[in-house]
Design a protein around this ligand. Structure first.
Ligand code: ATP
Length: 351
């Protein structure tokens, strides 16, 4: 049995369907991320697991128990939400240790756990302060520490790193992953940040408009996106998606022909060609398509080159020096074994 299971769960708010017939299963050792744009139903899904919302239809199981209509306190879940609420009359230390004090854990053990977690999240110097005496980002780390100090069936984290600045966000992300490997229990994580989802998760569910568009490991989602929505949501920059006509072993982008690998030959006449920016290579004199450099953005290790071709734009990710400048004519090469083909409804048919 999976550790957490959603079976055909539906949730409406008046006439908005926030979650449309969603099913998934999470194993005990999964770091399961709900990823998608604003309003797609991630937080509602998390709140349904927590028991803060009751589904209109479907079933929810945690640790082999049907919890569909159980109260939050009957579910043994620990949560950190976007709008984390710290107890204002308690110090940081009291806030973090509260779940253990309630459970009457021995004082020495509480001290040890608080010390470890506070050190890891770099809030050890704030332990005697009150929430109103620390910054928003520090409050968020205290909320994270308060959840992480427990041993629940599942940790539910809703954008817990969103108030942190870029550097701290990266550090907290690494810490979270390290902690997860030590915790040995499921984490369900909500984010709209695809890099965060890729870095942390064992499984990602990509959501759009209340529907799960794909569930898979970060590698599956990246290498084999099930549809153009997932392909263009994951990756930075995302996959280039071009309308194309298909004929036997090649496809046409406007007038320009691209030969396809024979394995890609499909029974469709038109659809979309998808190629990730790192698989679009530039050459000064030869290639598949001629393009014009639109803009060059060096980022340190890599450079994003935006190219104009027949009125549309493509992005190439280059890991060497880029000797080109806007206006230069250049050839683009599509790495043959990295081309994806999607049908007219955006469903992937082959790579
Ligand atoms: P965000 O990333 O912006 O937090 P989300 O993906 O978490 O978004 P949800 O908060 O789950 O999305 O919302 C899904 C849909 O349900 C949205 O259209 C939202 O406006 C609607 N919704 C959520 N909660 C309520 C509520 N309490 N009352 C009415 N509509 C709601």
């Amino acid at each position: 049995m999976p550790w957490i299971e959603f079976v055909n769960v539906v949730k409406h708010f008046d006439n908005v369907i926030a979650v449309k017939n969603v099913s998934f299963s999470i194993e005990r050792n999964d770091f399961f991320t709900l990823l998608g744009p604003s309003g797609c139903g991630k937080t509602t899904t998390l709140r349904l697991i927590a028991g803060l919302e009751i589904p209109d239809d479907g079933k929810i199981f945690i640790a082999n128990q049907d919890v569909t209509y159980k109260l939050p306190k009957e579910r043994n879940v620990a949560m950190v939400f976007q709008n984390y609420a710290l107890y204002p009359h308690m110090t940081v230390k009291e806030n973090i240790s509260y779940p253990l004090v309630v459970r009457k854990m021995p004082k020495a053990e509480i001290e040890k756990r608080v010390g470890y977690i506070a050190q890891s999240l770099q809030i050890h110097q704030l332990l005697d302060r009150y929430p109103q005496q620390i910054s928003g980002g520090q409050q968020q780390r205290v909320a994270l520490a308060r959840a992480m100090i427990q041993t629940p069936s599942v940790f539910l984290l809703d954008e817990p790193l969103s108030n942190l600045d870029a550097k701290l966000r990266l550090e907290a992300r690494s810490f979270l992953k390290h902690l997860y490997t030590e915790l040995g229990t499921a984490v369900v994580y909500v984010t709209h940040d695809q890099a965060e989802a890729m870095a942390l998760s064992t499984k990602i569910a990509v959501m759009d408009n209340g529907v799960v568009k794909q569930i898979g490991s970060p590698k599956e989602i990246y290498d084999e996106p099930a549809n153009t929505f997932v392909a263009s949501f994951i990756g930075n920059p995302p996959m280039n998606i071009l309308r194309c006509e298909i004929s036997e072993n090649h496809c046409y982008i406007g007038e320009q022909r691209i030969d396809l690998q024979p394995s890609l030959k499909k029974d469709l006449q038109r659809g979309y060609l998808g190629i990730r920016p790192e698989n679009l290579q530039l050459h000064p004199t030869k290639g598949d398509l001629v393009a014009e450099i639109f803009v060059v953005e060096p980022l340190g290790v890599e450079t994003i080159v935006t190219l104009s071709v027949n009125g549309y734009q493509l992005k190439s990710l280059v890991f060497e020096d880029v000797p080109y400048k806007p206006g230069d004519k250049i050839w683009i090469n599509f790495k043959r074994d990295k081309i994806h083909i999607f049908d007219e409804n955006g469903q992937r048919v082959a790579r």
